[in-house]
Ligand binder design. Structure first.
Ligand code: PLP
Length: 397
């Protein structure tokens, strides 16, 4: 008999009932150090006082009105995002995949209105992840996500990650946009080098096409800048945001320049929940914490600390780990043993980590993690690696 919850997830046998900062707690009181943060969602950790206050205060006033009316909280959050980024305008969604839907629609509408209705194709990269909607799976293109769900939304081309020649060859008179994660998350924490992000910007300008960044996972402070592309100094025309922006409340956004968004006039797009007062109250609180002057430099400092300890961990366990990669507090341990074994051993050591593609274990701690908890996390990673190494040692006669 099918489970009452549609069985699309393979879940760990853990159930948490409470969260405190970087900690998750089970009903029996067992405390896990959380280096997954709900897959980069709980950017400010669990039960951050500023978010609890913003949510409860708004909950007592007004939850939802629909976008039939003015929503002052939504206006406030849009103004904060515009002030802090390349963008001129913002549309609010409830998830990353909805942000993907709008990014694709916006790019196509831009060229339709510009008298180039044949420019509909989006070029995306192998190993990418853009969500589970029809546009999201077509954009990523991997068989794992698309098999059995055809016919797929047409108009996507895929090129190998890092293959400049293939990218140039894929651009033609039908190309509307290039869609890229500045750091691939699900694909295994694969950063796009700064000079490539700069090259993509120049290429899009030269060809007159739009550049879409998917910063759903790498954005919202994760790399020590509000958005990852800022390190390269090369902004997109359209950017997908979600995950960290709501700190655990389902909230997403599409940010765009006035030029890219030119086709999105009244009636062309909408969302029932998107940008409702409750979500935007939380989003405003997240933005206020992250744009305080000391916040992002602290993320960078802690990132340096964690990274240094991880390099030592890899050196100490060459049979378990291959290398460390990533940026900021979006780090990946490439493994020599199956990454799922490493994640399971981490659970035994009371540590939550997340598997990713390319046999990587992802470390996405709350951006607010303390130095003590960073040290403890690496002690637990080390204990888990030692237990794996001793298990896999050949039996001697
Ligand atoms: C998680 C993720 C998405 C999809 O977001 P959902 O909120 O799960 O729809 C899209 N792109 C990237 C890069 C992601 O990490």
């Amino acid at each position: 008999m099918i489970a009452s919850v549609l069985p699309t997830y393979s879940r760990a046998p853990l159930a948490f009932v409470k969260g405190e900062g970087s900690w998750l707690i089970e009903a029996d009181g067992r405390r896990f150090l959380d280096l997954g943060a709900g897959i980069a969602v709980n950017a400010l950790g669990h039960a951050h006082p500023a978010l609890v206050a913003a949510l409860t205060e708004q909950a007592g006033q007004l939850w939802h009105t629909s976008n039939l009316y003015q929503i002052p909280r939504q206006q406030e959050l849009a103004d904060k995002l515009v002030a802090a980024t390349f963008a001129d305008t913002v549309f609010f969604t409830n998830s990353g995949t909805e942000s993907c839907e709008l990014a694709v629609k916006m790019a196509r509408k831009h060229f339709f209105d510009a008298g180039q209705p044949d420019r509909v194709e989006i070029i995306a990269f192998e190993g990418s992840f853009h969500g589970r909607s029809s546009a999201g799976i077509a954009a990523a293109g991997s068989e794992k996500m698309t098999k059995g769900f055809g016919p797929l939304l047409p108009g996507f081309r895929h090129v190998p990650f890092g293959d400049h020649d293939a990218l140039h060859a894929a651009i033609n008179a039908k190309t509307a946009a290039i869609l890229i994660e500045p750091i691939q998350g699900e694909g295994g924490i694969r950063p796009v080098p700064d000079h490539c992000l700069q090259g993509l910007r120049a290429l899009c300008d030269e060809k007159g096409i739009l550049l879409i960044h998917d910063e759903v996972q790498c954005g919202m402070g994760r790399t020590g800048r509000l958005f990852a592309h800022e390190w390269a100094g090369a902004a997109p025309d359209i950017m997908m945001v979600a995950k960290g922006i709501g700190g655990g409340f389902p909230l997403g956004a599409v940010l765009a320049t006035e030029h890219a968004a030119s086709g999105m006039t009244a009636g062309t797009h909408g969302s029932t929940y998107g940008g409702n007062p409750l979500g935007c109250a939380v989003g405003c609180a997240v933005m206020d914490v992250m744009t305080a002057p000391e916040f992002l430099p602290e993320v960078s400092r802690k990132s340096g600390l964690l990274r240094q300890k991880l390099e030592a961990l890899v050196a100490a366990h060459p049979d378990v780990f291959e290398s460390v990669r990533g940026a900021g507090l979006m780090l990946g341990l490439q493994c020599r043993l199956p990454n799922t074994d490493v994640v399971a051993a981490n659970y035994e050591a009371l540590l939550c980590t997340v598997p990713a593609g390319d046999n990587v274990v992802r470390l996405l701690p709350p951006l607010t993690i303390s130095d003590e908890d960073i040290a403890l996390a690496v002690i637990r990673l080390d204990a888990a690696a030692s237990s794996l190494a001793s298990r896999s040692e050949p039996v001697r006669a």
